[in-house]
Design a binder for this molecule. Structure first.
Ligand SMILES: [Zn+2]
Ligand SMILES: [Zn+2]
Length: 295
């Protein structure tokens, strides 16, 4: 029973809180930061009370400190730099927006939930293709491998991204929304949704779903398959937010029909040290070991 309510309770509760604050006109940046911190601790606590796999735990994983290091770099360096570059890109795009009449396309007078739903459709589309490109091109995969190399799944893995990958993500993913002129509160709403579902799909909370739900909601089972060593599964379920694009573009693996094997990367070439992990995508001789063929 507990497992079936974990996702609706946590995801639904935080989405409701996000809307409540944004509708009331709270400062999006401060409200967003507060909810992000609260979400982290709620999920960390739920992992201890209702663990999915007793062998996985933040406090016993030797990579946890590295995860925190990657997460801090992401928050203090990659996202601000990526965001600034994205805004700079937007400056370049502003001319095109005017020229193509895109700036007036966004339905700014629609209610916040409607605007948000539209934003999510566009965001998950670009998220899908950017994530798929990280798996399809070797040079990008070496950055993304730092996220995939771990056999453990828990809340800290959500922020375990090489800062280079996160700059790539932060620059490109918002472009369709910025191009269409989505307002800041919608951008913040989407950003929070990504944090909430990213944390839940990596968490070690016992979350259960009826079989059909895997087609519609971001389930931990879908994302665990994506973290499987088996390449057929690793190169599937790219979208962490909805399975719709994976179904449309033929990369969907249903968790009930595909048993989950070991997680991580076979012959893992990613080094265990933090600094070595940062340097890894830039070092040709290390990358040549292990799984050189990733496409
Ligand atoms: Zn991936
Ligand atoms: Zn992941």
């Amino acid at each position: 029973m507990g497992g079936f309510v974990a996702f609706p309770l946590i995801m639904g509760g935080f989405v409701a809180l996000a809307f409540w604050g944004l509708e009331r006109g709270y400062d999006p940046a401060a409200w967003g930061a507060g909810l992000t911190v609260l979400n982290f601790f709620v999920i960390l606590g739920a992992e201890q009370l209702l663990p999915r796999n007793p062998d996985m735990n933040v406090f016993r994983d030797r990579q946890s400190l590295n995860d925190i290091g990657h997460g801090l770099l992401l928050a203090t360096l990659a996202r601000p730099v990526g965001g600034a570059l994205s805004v700079a890109t937007l400056g370049l795009l502003a001319g095109f927006r005017q020229q193509w009449g895109l700036g007036t396309l966004w339905p700014a007078s629609a209610s916040l939930p409607v605007q948000f739903a539209l934003a999510l459709v566009l965001w998950t589309f670009s998220d899908y293709w950017i994530h798929r490109s990280l798996h399809s091109f070797d040079r990008l995969w070496w950055f993304h491998a730092v996220h995939h190399d771990t056999p453990q799944m828990h809340i800290l893995k959500s922020g375990r991204l090489h800062f280079g990958e996160e700059i790539f993500n932060a620059v490109l993913k918002p472009v369709p929304l910025l191009l269409l002129g989505a307002p800041p509160e919608v951008m913040v709403g989407v950003g929070l949704w990504i944090v909430f579902d990213g944390n839940l799909v990596h968490s070690n909370i016992d979350q259960r779903f009826p079989s059909w739900a895997h087609y519609f909601v971001p389930t931990v089972q879908l994302h665990n398959l994506h973290h499987a060593q088996d390449r057929r599964h690793q190169d599937s379920n790219y979208s962490g937010s909805t399975a719709v694009w994976d179904v449309v573009f033929g990369t969907f693996s249903h968790p009930d029909r595909n048993p989950l094997g070991p997680l991580g990367i076979e012959n893992n070439p990613v080094p265990p040290g933090f600094v070595a992990q940062l340097a890894f995508p830039f070092r040709r001789e290390r990358r040549a070991q292990g799984t050189a063929e990733t496409t």
